[in-house]
Design a protein around this ligand. Structure first.
Ligand SMILES: NC(=O)c1ccc[n+]([C@@H]2O[C@H](COP(=O)([O-])OP(=O)(O)OC[C@H]3O[C@@H](n4cnc5c(N)ncnc54)[C@H](O)[C@@H]3O)[C@@H](O)[C@H]2O)c1
Length: 356
């Protein structure tokens, strides 16, 4: 609905930049998906390096029998960001997505928001960029083959980021639904991969240096059992991200070195929810700053228990704000009531009586 003709003009601060799905797609195509994944990984890594500056809290989750709705806030003292995201594994059966999201960035100095954006695509990109950034620290050097178990909405993003950042050129694909695997083959043909559809998870992991599990099921699942994981592999486990929703047999955790984003959240949501509260984990930001080692030998099994943390979304929002300077794919949204006299909110309303 447009404002009445005699409404006072809003000040500049009243308008925030809004990135629609259409504009996000234009932005990704304009930058190029691989370049964007590498850029995002750099922004995320930079923010992990200054981890201690951030306000941190486990995300605020509202669970139901069908899924979860979560709010993910954080701030570095200059900017404040949050994401709204859902996870509903049953949605795809009704033609809806498992994960959708939008997010906002605001100035801490005034509290005024400055950017509102779709984040369904941006979450897929930031999740993949995070996984690949982590793998660039932990996976065996020269990794070429990745097993991709779970071939849903997130999978092509994971594969593309692992190619762009880690040099993966062979994808061994498995999903309980063959149609999902066929979709990945269609989408990634001609994109620099050897694509190998597999009939079982056991077949998919043959010769893989990296195993990504990215399935969606609201239960304790066992996508990988202990006998399937061999010395020297890197596991990128990102599908288990809720209480009661895991992908790995706990024996795998016991013989891996486990790396996490933010332990207070991962102990609730990640694979390690299956382990005692004092189960040892390494925080990824400390590997990135060089405070603690990542992979130390060729036989070590490294496991990224990725659940998705607010700082990764903050990095993505920060990246988006920077990119909009050169790529004006946004609309102005009049979202903040901002009267000329800041104490005269009522007067602003009164003066805006519709004509007639
Ligand atoms: N860690 C993070 O930051 C992060 C971010 C986004 C999504 N996720 C999670 O990743 C998962 C995948 O997300 P998506 O958007 O791709 O979901 P999706 O529903 O589009 O795809 C999931 C796929 O997993 C397959 N699957 C289910 N059970 C399986 C099994 N036992 N073996 C093999 N395949 C199986 C399904 O057939 C489907 O194709 C979800 O659980 C989501 O919550 C995590």
């Amino acid at each position: 609905m447009s404002a009445p003709s005699n409404a006072p003009a809003a000040s500049d601060l009243a308008y925030i930049r809004f990135v629609s799905v259409e504009n996000m797609m234009k932005l990704v195509h304009s930058i190029g998906v691989e370049t964007m994944l590498k850029d995002l990984a750099r922004y995320i890594e930079d923010d992990f390096r200054r981890w201690e500056k951030f306000d941190k809290t486990p995300r605020v989750a509202s669970h139901s029998t069908e899924g979860v709705i979560e709010l993910m806030p954080t701030s570095d003292g200059e900017d404040y960001g949050f994401k709204y995201v859902n996870g509903h594994p049953k949605n795809t059966k009704e033609g809806l997505q498992t994960v959708t999201a939008f997010g906002l960035l605001a100035r801490v100095s005034t509290g005024y928001p400055e950017l509102l954006t779709e984040m369904t695509l941006l979450t897929a990109l930031r999740t993949a960029a995070t996984s690949a950034m982590v793998a660039s620290h932990l996976a065996p050097k020269g990794s070429k083959v990745m097993a991709m178990i779970g071939n849903g909405a997130q999978s092509e993003f994971q594969a593309t980021a692992m190619r762009a950042l880690c040099g993966i050129d062979t994808l061994r694909l498995y999903d309980i639904d063959r149609a999902a695997t066929d979709k990945v083959v269609r989408n990634l043909t001609g994109k620099g991969f050897e694509l190998v559809p597999c009939a079982t998870p056991e077949e998919a992991i043959q010769g893989a240096q990296i195993i990504t599990t990215c399935t969606a099921d609201k239960q304790y699942a066992t996508i990988l059992t202990d006998n399937m994981v061999g010395a020297g592999q890197h596991i990128n486990a990102i599908g288990g991200d809720c209480p009661g929703k895991t992908e790995l047999h706990k024996d795998i955790l016991a013989r891996s070195d486990v790396f996490v984003e933010y332990p207070p959240q991962t102990r609730i949501e990640g694979e390690i929810q299956q382990m005692p509260e004092d189960f040892p984990v390494t925080e990824m930001w400390q590997v990135i700053t060089g405070a603690v080692p990542g992979r130390t030998n060729d036989r070590q099994i490294t496991l990224f228990d990725g659940v998705g943390f607010a700082i990764e979304d903050f990095s993505a929002l920060r990246y988006l704000r920077d990119k909009l300077r050169d790529h004006p794919f946004y609309q102005e949204l009049d979202i903040i009531a901002d009267p000329d006299d800041p104490r005269d909110l009522f007067g602003m309303l009164e003066r805006a009586v519709p004509n007639g």
